[in-house]
Design a protein around this ligand. Sequence first.
Ligand SMILES: Cc1cc2nc3c(=O)[nH]c(=O)nc-3n(C[C@H](O)[C@H](O)[C@H](O)COP(=O)(O)OP(=O)(O)OC[C@H]3O[C@@H](n4cnc5c(N)ncnc54)[C@H](O)[C@@H]3O)c2cc1C
Length: 388
Amino acid sequence: MTVLARDRYAVAIVGAGIVGLFTAYRLARAGAGPVLVVDRGFLSGGASGRNGGGVRQQWETRATVRLARESVADYRAFGREFGYNIWFRQGGYLFLADTPSELEKLRGVTEIVRAEGLPARLLDADGVDSLVEGLARGAVVGGAYLGSDGTLYPFPAVWGVYEAARSLGVEVALGVEATGVTQRDGRVTGLVTSRGSVAADRVVNAAGGWSGDFARRAGLPVPNVATRHEILATEPMKPFLDPMVVRASDGLYLSQTMRGELVGGLSLPHPPGTGGGMSTSPQFLPRMARTVTALFPALGALNVLRAWSGFYDDTPDGLPVLGEDPRLAGFVHANGFGGHGFMLAPATSRRVAAAVLGTASDLDPALFGPGRFLDPRRAAPVERLQLG
Ligand SMILES: Cc1cc2nc3c(=O)[nH]c(=O)nc-3n(C[C@H](O)[C@H](O)[C@H](O)COP(=O)(O)OP(=O)(O)OC[C@H]3O[C@@H](n4cnc5c(N)ncnc54)[C@H](O)[C@@H]3O)c2cc1C
């Protein structure tokens, strides 16, 4: 049985996914004092071990483009910094438009990305065909492409940050559930866990799809909603697909790993919340088979090796929630990443660590701060390019 080593920590983090672990690592490097990370499950049991490994910099908000670009630089340097090969392959991200209005949306995205100095390109149908072999004739009218986007293997990334954090003295307690916080005079004073209570000056909510539940347990209602998303991996086949391909209209995404497997998913209308579990549903495989073979007719004979699901942690405006909660001093959010926490974790964890330490950061609280939802007008989507 896991026993917590201390009864007082400077920082207690809930969730040992990529977000919680990166935050712990940055705090330990900054000399924040004793850091505890608790997770009621196992390493990679949450979305960090269930995702598509996509890393893109094409976004609708300039601030997110900048965070993503910084994360790409971090992932390029991952091997040197952490000593693990995460197989980060910059084969590009290709958003497909199947109607002229989808293409117009992508034009807007491309302009924003280019304004940030990244060479994104808007393509016509021939331009798309020149990047991807085997697309069904007439299936797309164009697309948007950025060659420095790519894919990585999530598992060595999680493991590398976990090992690095532990070697800096971070205590990672697996199998320990956080059930609430203690507080006095509007300040967090500690974390309540299934292994007892510990004192902590700051608590970070990095509980992924369960972050809304944990915030509510701390007495802080938030609009985060867990959304189940399904994904599969096929048997390996000869490499043919360089970029990650994403179709915004139905959320289809597909990439090919270096070993040759295709990894992809699409959006199904699952009820909100974590109640549906993380297995695969009966609708998913037939729907995915029909959709993928309509787009790539030659893939009809491919076998699926495994399928599973995980939870996005969605927010009403499609942006993550980062920073101290104005209603409770010392309670810091690092959640609401939707389907993009892996690609944003390296950069956002620097800002979350700054919020914990009370140091300055470039994060715009009006865009990312938890206080934005106290203003009812902020319920409108800002970042709509949600899939892939
Ligand atoms: C199918 C799918 C595909 C995706 N594809 C991509 C992609 O291509 N690129 C990308 O960047 N992102 C993708 N994502 C999203 C990405 O995986 C997540 O945004 C990211 O992993 C979130 O990391 P996290 O650390 O916040 O959460 P998680 O990895 O979910 O970790 C949260 C942890 O908190 C623990 N926890 C929860 N509640 C408690 C509690 N009360 N006490 C203790 N522990 C608790 C859980 O056990 C879990 O381990 C995808 C997600 C899914 C589901």
